[in-house]
Design a protein around this ligand. Structure first.
Ligand code: SF4
Length: 412
């Protein structure tokens, strides 16, 4: 058994015992997702964020507090190695505190166990040739073996008041204007960040995402970015995902493939058409509507292949049965569907709402992992198509199918 943790000794455990331990940690992680976590000032002071350990960058998309002035952890690892995205909630009963100068997770002041922050990639301290810090172009994660590039920090749907109700991209842009300004990452910058992350061994996969640009100019941008990535990597294709709003002209999907991307993603978010219209008015109106998104996803499978297309869901807004219906349908067509625990974040129209119960997400996570298995999606395909291996269905899939060795080199 090649599973390694950074605190717990698993050498004496059987596979069944290890799975039990991981399931305990999955339940804890899910609860941390719905409840969020606080951190003491003392723990923050010695966390070495932005130097040795990775800090949140470009706003905390999942925070329940405004965090522009705080430097917060990007994530932390539980004792058996599961990665938890740091979702700041000052009122949470979970807290990161210090015990003998080491960071520990507590619940109602009772210690649960020691935690570890993520190692900050070396390239995060380097700059592109035009002086832009590379970590602001693409954020790398050893755990996920992935670099996430946000090409812009605004979405044009705001102009008509049609932002998705769960999204705070435009709020964050205004909040962080002083710190980061409004930006548009050009292909050269993207190529330099990808090259640095791949060379360091932080990532073997990249995702490019961002807001929708007026007149759909982002569609041509993806082609230019892909060509530049191919050039810097000296390859005909690369392990990257072009995350786009569904195009009206499906020829664009062929262009992404020709530009070198191995996978593409169109995040439908909700399966119920009426919820979709109400919650994602820009997507519903500006990208051909729900039917066009579903048609585009099915078309993309013909171009990229079965299991080479992804769609994400914001789980917890529509009834669970609807989300499952959508995930089952799209998966049977070759689209890998995933979800994150919805954290109604500050600055979105849903600010102040609550996500469903932890058990709601655990049930959905089990069902999604089973759908992946049923449709023959290997973990390699899931890794290549999704924007990180840390989501609940990924944890469950790995535990149930004993895909253990992926954790090993992240925890050194
Ligand atoms: S399309 Fe929706 S989710 Fe995507 S950036 Fe715009 S408002 Fe946010």
């Amino acid at each position: 058994m090649s599973y390694k943790t950074w605190t717990a000794d698993v050498s004496e455990l059987t596979k069944a015992e290890l799975k039990d331990k991981l399931w305990e940690e999955i339940r804890l992680k899910a609860d941390l997702g719905t409840e969020g976590v606080d951190i003491t000032k003392e723990a923050l002071l010695v966390a070495e964020l932005g130097t040795r350990h990775q800090e949140q960058v470009l706003g905390g998309g999942r925070n329940r507090e405004t965090s522009a002035k705080n430097v917060l952890p990007a994530c932390f690892y539980l004792p058996y190695g599961l990665k938890v995205t740091f979702t700041w909630n000052k009122n949470s009963l979970y807290k990161i505190a210090l015990d003998k100068n080491k960071p520990v997770l507590t619940y109602k002041e009772e210690k649960i166990g020691e935690i570890k922050y993520a190692k900050r990639p070396k390239y995060h301290s380097q700059s592109a040739s035009d002086g832009t810090p590379l970590y602001l172009i693409g954020n790398g994660s050893f755990y996920d073996k992935q670099i996430f590039i946000t090409y812009s920090n605004e979405c044009s749907y705001k102009e008509k008041g049609e932002d998705c109700l769960f999204c705070n991209i435009n709020y964050d842009r205004e909040l962080y204007t002083e710190k980061y300004g409004t930006y548009w990452r050009n292909p050269k910058q993207v190529g330099e960040a990808v090259k640095a992350a791949f060379t360091e061994g932080v990532a073997d996969h990249l995702t490019i995402s961002g807001g929708v640009i007026a007149e759909r100019r982002e569609l041509d941008y993806f082609v230019d970015a892909g060509e530049e990535i191919k050039r810097v990597l000296g390859a005909e294709e690369f392990n990257g995902t072009a995350t786009v709003a569904a195009p009206l002209d499906f020829n664009n999907i062929h262009k992404f493939k020709e530009a070198g991307f191995r996978t593409t993603a169109m995040n439908l978010e909700l399966w119920d058409k009426d919820f979709y219209k109400a919650v994602c008015p820009g997507k519903a109106g500006g990208s051909g509507g729900w039917d066009n998104w579903v048609n585009a996803l099915e078309y993309a499978v013909k171009v990229f292949g079965f299991g080479r297309v992804r769609s994400n869901f914001v789980a917890g807004i529509e009834p669970k049965t609807k989300t499952i219906e959508g995930i089952e349908y799209l998966s049977s067509k070759g689209v890998i569907c995933s979800f994150n625990i919805w954290a109604p974040n500050v600055g979105s129209a849903f600010e102040g709402h609550r996500s469903p119960e932890t058990s709601w997400y655990l049930d959905l996570g089990e069902k999604v992992a089973a759908v992946w298995k049923k449709n023959g999606f290997t973990f390699e395909k899931i890794h290549d198509a999704t924007a990180g291996d840390y989501r609940l269905p990924s944890d469950i899939y790995r535990t149930e199918n004993e895909v253990f060795d992926i954790y090993n080199d992240t925890l050194k």
